[in-house]
Design a protein around this ligand. Structure first.
Ligand SMILES: C[S@@+](CC[C@H](N)C(=O)[O-])C[C@H]1O[C@@H](n2cnc3c(N)ncnc32)[C@H](O)[C@@H]1O
Length: 340
């Protein structure tokens, strides 16, 4: 049957599948098509509602799903429909760890949900309830509900292997497309700062792309920086990245300007933005991430440009929603270019 589909590179397949599930527009009764190095996901919703940059919308003939096993993890639970409706559709997979959030009314059934996910997700070792990130280092509080072992794992994205410990250092599997996008934007010979690098997904992806001459990766969480150092040892061009366990407060005052700066500190970043902007060379780019209320989405780019005016002339080269953050706010990427 002919239906709209979203064509994306295979390397982003799992991430996009999760995003489409989150958005409730993945058609689960049709098969996903494999076309060379691309996957085409069948869409049930209105393709025009997809954020820009998610992939190319195409029309395809999709065969009906003939999967022998369950199509969704909820199919493994012998619950009545009312209870199943309270289950979240989406969950995150980080390496061999499955993470999800449950509404309080399902708290006494969390073990059953964990067991279902453990059976449903190929290669899953442990399932945890995600109680959110906290503190300046954005460490995650997780509660094991099924499986065994700890929260240390190796996550694969964009052809990379990233050492992760979800309790000790921040990591989100929902940013893979951003990591790839920033790496693709990097030009030959550039010097890059990855500020608030966490376990270093931006630095690793930029290094692997092979164009940056050097990357300085800065984070105040020494455990995050140690994980990055481990991943670098196994990454092509990893020697071009210098991981530094230090704070922005200590690093920024003596940092010389570079061609590209990434700062993914969505809640607190604004207080450093002016000092970070001083480290962007003329003609260079600043990739800034921020949680923005939907009512401010259209005006926020100009507000940032005005805020940075005392430091230099910046223009918004690109702005897009990375993913929804709450019912009224989104995580937004701003690419700010400094005039020459
Ligand atoms: C949202 S995480 C982003 C991690 C990484 N860039 C990524 O995309 O996965 C923010 C990171 O900022 C670091 N951080 C917070 N405040 C900082 C500061 N003042 N100086 C340096 N790093 C800081 C935290 O330790 C955390 O790893």
């Amino acid at each position: 049957m002919t239906a709209p589909g979203l064509s994306v590179p295979r390397a982003r397949g799992e991430e996009v599948r999760q995003e489409l599930l989150d958005a409730g527009i993945l058609r689960v009764d049709f098969e996903i098509l494999r076309e060379g190095d691309h996957l085409v996901f069948p869409l049930s919703g209105e393709p025009s509602s997809l954020p820009s940059g998610w992939g190319d919308v195409v029309q395809r003939e999709f065969p009906r799903h003939e999967r022998k096993g369950p199509m969704q993890y909820r199919d493994l639970l012998a619950w009545d429909d009312r209870l199943k409706d309270a289950l979240p559709r989406a969950f995150d997979v980080v390496g061999d760890i499955v993470l999800l959030r449950l509404p309080p009314e399902l708290d006494d059934r969390k073990g059953e949900v964990g067991d279902a996910l453990l059976r449903f997700v190929p290669g899953a070792r442990i399932v945890g309830l995600d109680h959110g990130v906290h503190g300046p280092e954005r460490r995650r509080t997780v509660e094991r509900i099924a499986g065994t072992g700890g929260w240390r794992t190796r996550h694969r994205e964009n052809g990379l292997e990233i050492e992760v410990d979800i309790e000790r250092a921040y990591f989100s599997p929902r940013l893979a497309r951003e990591h790839a996008r920033v790496a693709e934007a990097t030009r030959p010979g550039e010097a890059v700062y990855d500020l608030c690098c966490g376990v270093g997904p931006f630095s690793l992806t930029i290094a692997r792309a092979g164009r940056a001459a050097r990357v300085t990766a800065v984070d105040s969480n020494p455990e995050a920086v140690a994980l990055l150092a481990e991943s670098l040892a196994r990454t092509m061009h990893g020697e071009r990245v210098t991981p530094l366990a230090t704070s922005l407060e200590a690093f920024l005052p003596s940092a010389s300007p570079v061609e590209r700066v990434v700062m993914n500190l969505p809640h607190e970043g604004i207080k450093y933005l002016a000092s970070v902007a001083r480290t962007v060379a003329p003609g260079g780019s600043l990739h800034h991430y921020e949680v923005v209320s939907r009512t401010e989405l259209s005006s926020r780019g100009n507000a940032l440009v005005n805020l940075l005016a005392p430091e230099g002339r910046f223009v918004v080269q690109e702005q897009h929603v990375v993913h929804p953050y709450s019912p009224s706010a989104d995580l937004v990427a701003f690419d700010l270019e400094r005039a020459r």
